[in-house]
Write a protein that binds this ligand. Structure first.
Ligand SMILES: Nc1ncnc2c1ncn2[C@@H]1O[C@H](COP(=O)(O)OP(=O)(O)OP(=O)(O)O)[C@@H](O)[C@H]1O
Ligand SMILES: [Mg+2]
Length: 446
């Protein structure tokens, strides 16, 4: 066995093997378009070693973790057809001639295998063998091995040729490795960018929610204070009106007094609605079967002939802790809005469900809610829908797109105030392709 270091390329190699330079030139050109390591190994085994006069060539890849070589491409006996290796050998580093080359990272030529104790016979017995390492950035990545049925088949010329092929193969492997890494870096970058965008979006959404919550809080406080004072003044006004009514019996005076009294009643109702929005109403909580409440309410709802009312109640009993009469008013206000938004007809679906028990359904809870279990009452209509601008203002008191005579724009403000005061929430979103979804979350526990 001779352990031979590669010598400088010399002209005599090219003279001895006229195909050498042409094959190497073609190899250099083809290398550019070879897309991956597997194609490269097969190309080298067949098109390079084969055309350079080697009757056999097997390429092994090295695994430095397991310290093993595995056959990955071959020319000759090991590969009679296609790109399949018959019984691919796995050789530990240090074992056999290929294993020795893997360990020493130096090429080896064995002139006569009959005299070499390291020889591991593969599919066919051979007399001589040449093996060179494949190195990438100083690391062993594999070996190229060739055997010959005759002794003394390999000399310095073959070593020169195979070492040059190995160097070119290693250079391409480095390029492929770099391409893989830059592709991975690009993929990582895309992933990081997507994650960052997602975080920015969710942060913006959170900031918007916080801004909305603060705005409602401020408006609520001011409204609450005004409504409270107004309520006191109205009590004085209506009390005095009642006293005056006792003194003025003649019809002309009664008419004026009646109008004053009606106006004072409307003002009292308005002020009490504002107190609901400002979360200052008096609530009485009790365990309430929400399926029954919704069914009763829908049973007495007046629905136009061109609107279909669908009930989709949860099969399990849903008990929430709420104020029955205020909960009915809130759901009713949402149903009325849905019906009013479907002047040309449509379908209104009212469904109930339990949310917050499983990890998945916890994700469906609005962020404003504290963690817990809630009964959801969802009202979906196929009406006009709302613009995102309208959605933003829908809970503001006195926001209405309806004619002045139809409503004050307090319906959803009251729903918002009541739901918040009772530890729940109301959420609005667009129904696709058209319509609106309003979902009310009632806490199961107080
Ligand atoms: N389901 C819905 N579809 C389309 N728009 C809606 C829907 N619900 C509410 N809106 C819009 O939100 C506005 C505010 O609703 P809200 O219930 O607070 O007041 P309103 O219905 O106008 O008057 P009120 O309820 O005081 O009689 C409505 O005028 C309407 O523009
Ligand atoms: Mg309304």
């Amino acid at each position: 066995m001779s352990n031979t270091a590669p010598s400088e390329f010399n002209a005599s190699v090219a003279e001895q093997n006229p195909d050498f330079l042409r094959t190497l030139n073609e190899f250099a050109v083809d290398l550019i378009s070879i897309p991956n390591a597997t194609d490269l190994f097969w190309y080298v085994a067949r098109n390079v070693a084969g055309r350079l006069g080697f009757v056999d060539c097997v390429i092994y890849t090295a695994d430095v973790e397991t310290q093993e070589l595995t056959q990955v491409a071959a020319l000759g006996e090991k590969n009679p057809y296609g790109r399949t290796i018959l019984n691919p050998l796995v050789i530990p580093f240090g074992v056999g001639i290929t294993g020795k080359v893997a360990l020493s990272r130096q090429p080896i030529i064995v002139d006569d295998l009959l005299n070499d104790a390291n020889y591991i016979q593969d599919s066919q017995p051979a007399r001589s063998e040449i093996c060179v390492p494949l190195l990438s950035r100083g690391q062993l990545v594999g070996v190229i091995d060739s055997e010959h049925p005759d002794a003394h088949a390999f000399g310095p010329a073959e070593l020169e040729i195979l070492t040059t092929v190995a160097a070119m193969t290693s250079a391409k492997l480095e390029l492929l490795d770099e391409a893989d890494r830059s592709q991975q870096r690009y993929a990582d970058l895309v992933k990081t960018h997507a994650k960052l965008s997602e975080e920015i979006c969710s942060r913006k959404a959170l900031e918007a929610e916080l801004h909305d919550a603060r705005r409602h809080e401020a408006v609520g406080q001011l409204t609450g204070r005004l409504a409270y004072d107004f309520n006191n003044l109205l009590s004085v006004i209506s009390g005095n009106l009642e006293l005056v009514e006792a003194y003025f019996k003649e019809p002309s005076s009664r008419r004026f007094l009646n109008e004053a009294s009606l106006a004072s009643q409307r003002a009292t109702r308005l002020v009490s609605d504002l107190l609901v929005f400002a979360q200052r109403s008096k609530l009485t909580f009790s365990k309430t079967n929400m399926n029954d409440l919704v069914a009763d309410l829908c049973g007495v709802s007046v629905v136009p002939h061109n609107v279909t009312l669908q009930l989709d109640l949860s099969p399990i009993d849903l008990v929430a802790d709420t104020d029955v009469s205020a909960a009915k008013s809130a759901i009713n206000a949402v149903i009325s809005n849905g019906i009013e938004a479907m002047a040309d007809g449509g379908t209104l679906t009212v469904s109930t469900d339990i949310v917050g028990r499983s990890t998945m359904s916890r994700l469906m809870l609005p962020r404003v809610l504290s963690p817990g279990v809630y009964v959801s009452v969802k009202v979906v209509d196929t009406g006009t829908g709302m613009t995102s601008d309208q959605i933003e203002r829908v809970f503001d008191p006195f926001f209405s797109t309806k004619p002045a005579s139809s409503g004050y724009g307090l319906g959803l403000s009251m729903v918002h105030g009541f739901m918040k005061q009772s530890g729940g929430a109301v959420v609005v979103s667009q129904n696709t392709p058209k319509g609106t979804i309003l979902e009310l979350f009632f806490p199961v526990q107080p």
